[in-house]
Every structure is written in C-alpha cells, then in structure tokens.
Design a protein around this ligand. Structure first.
Ligand SMILES: [Cu+2]
Length: 187
C-alpha cells in the first residue's frame, strides 16, 4: 500500500466532509471562501483515484490540481477570512482570529505543500518504497497531534523529491490540520 493509501481514511474524511447546512444561503466573503475551498476539494477529488491506484497516473493532472490548491493558499486564503467574518452558515471557528498566527501558518504551509506536489508530480507513485514510507513517517506527527502542520518547516523543493502520493498525502494533511482546528464539523 502506498503512503496515500495508508493515510487516506484520516486525511480525506475531513476534506470531503459535507455539512448538512444550507450553504446556498451564504453570501459575501463567506460564499467566496466556500467557493475557493470547493475548488480545492474538486482538485483533490480529481486526483484521488490516481493516488490510490484506481485510475491511471497522470502527472499533468496532478500538476494542474497542485496549481489550483497553490492559487487558493497563503495570502489568497487568509484574505477570505477578515476579522470575525463568521455569518451563518459559515463553519469557521472564532479561534481563527485569536490564533491567527497558526491559521496563517497553515495557509502558507498549504502553498508550500502544493508547490512540492507540483514538483513531485513527475516522480510517480511510491508504492511502499523507502521514499513513500519516509513520507508517511513525516506526516504521522502532524496527524496524530492535530497541533502542527504536517511537514512544517519542509521546503517545497524537499517535498518535490518525494513520491507524488506522499506529497499529495502531505498536502491533504494540511487541509485536515486546519479543518480540525479551525472549522466546525459535525462528524
Ligand atoms: Cu458552504
């Protein structure tokens, strides 16, 4: 089983979780950020089957998904969270603004991981190789603790040396790390 296979349950559950709220009633910046988040979810969804081996691996599609995520990361992400903007049906938690340093660090980390994924796309799948296991090991801490972003401190160039599935798992772990802490979910 490759790295993504090992982690897929935990990592992807949070990303795909759809709350039973009427999100169609969102407007303004809440609507804007939901659309941005949904664009990232769709990008993740497109490559999940490739990462799990259910579909043929396509490096170009992986690069395209990575670029979508990168475009919505960092300052583009944080700009959609002006102070206290949690009008219903937003699931954003107020602690975003009391723990802004961590929130914005996760937004930056997402960009780093996505750039790493773009660089790693050409590496193909690790398939349980040493590289794949290394990736899984590095991600473990962030997932279990739920406190730190996975791979925090790694550079995109380092992630770019990993198998694509490990880089992808690392990317989705950043989604989950932020959701666990800053998004109210009913699952
Ligand atoms: Cu929504």
């Amino acid at each position: 089983m490759n790295s993504f296979g090992v982690l897929r349950g935990a990592a992807v559950a949070s990303v795909f979780a759809v709350a039973a709220l009427a999100h169609s009633s969102a407007d303004g910046v809440v609507k804007e950020r939901m659309e941005a988040m949904e664009a990232m979810r769709d990008a993740v969804k497109r490559v999940v089957p490739m990462m799990s081996g259910a579909a043929a691996y396509d490096p170009q599609a992986v690069r395209a998904a990575a670029r979508v995520i990168e475009a919505h990361s960092g300052g583009a992400l944080t700009a959609l969270f002006p102070d206290g903007a949690i009008a219903p049906p937003s699931e954003a938690r107020p602690r975003i603004w009391t723990d802004w340093a961590r929130f914005s660090a996760l937004a930056e980390e997402l960009g780093v991981a996505a750039r790493g994924l773009e660089l790693a796309a050409g590496n193909g799948l690790g398939g349980g190789s040493a590289g794949g296991m290394m990736g899984a090991g590095m991600m473990g801490g962030g997932m279990m603790g739920g406190q730190t972003a996975p791979g925090m401190g790694m550079r995109a160039e380092d992630i770019g040396l990993m198998p694509a599935d490990a880089a992808f798992a690392m990317t989705t772990q950043v989604c989950s790390a932020c959701h666990d802490r800053f998004r109210a979910e009913d699952d």
